[in-house]
Design a protein around this ligand. Sequence first.
Ligand code: G3P
Ligand code: CA
Length: 272
Amino acid sequence: MSLRSLALLLLSIVTIPLPAVEIVAHRGASYDAPENTMAATRLAWQQQADAVETDIYLGKDGKIIVFHDKTAKRTGGGRDVPIADLTQAEARTLDAGSWKAPQFKGEKVPLLEEQIQSIPAGKRLLVEIKVGPEIVPELKRVLAAAGGTARNITVISFNYDSLVAVRQQLPELKTLWLVSHPAPNAKKAPTAKPPPSVAEMIRAAKAAKLTGLDLQYTWPLTAADVKAIRDAGLELHVWTVNDVAVAKHWRDLGVASITTDRPGWLREQLRP
Ligand code: G3P
Ligand code: CA
């Protein structure tokens, strides 16, 4: 055996494999079941997702409503009513399943408590706050009542102030800041704010003592950016990836988790 082959062999033996990337089910297993329902949540656990992501608003009665869009139109039975104008009980009368497929007719808007209680041992729920810091006291109450703890809950949000409030009121929880980035050929709205730089994101995340960043897959991050994020002591996660090449790109950059609508399928695609 040549010296070079021996060196390569030794290198392959001592190379420490990266930890497997975690798979987060975006709004549950939302490719196969209606997003943000118990059907999608349960299916995500069946598909061995490491975590389920879910979206929350505050209803007009001050209770939490699990929903993605600002209104019920697309996934709540067609009525164009703002979610914030509903009570939790009213939201629970919506049909959150029929829009996806007839077999999901009557699927309800879940309670956050139900989602928390469904979390299998060792798995977690990523709770995305879709509103401002006013929701945090109610979130704290619901987590305490339903067994949501640092072990099984991470809070994520685009709203930096909401994450700051979580740090103050629920300091034990992990917090990830969601930041979008326009696709390279996307048409820019004249009013669109440019995304922050990586250095600005790191500074802001550190200032609020956040756990890390959860970035849109369109971010043109380099290995040096990833190192800077890591060196700052921040975690790095990515959303929402339903394309194998894109998932492999982010896995190879070393993200901790990939959020996808297809958790079972994507894990299969990433299997070595
Ligand atoms: O996981 C982050 C992702 O859910 C953010 O975007 O619009 O799907 O809530 P959106
Ligand atoms: Ca979300």
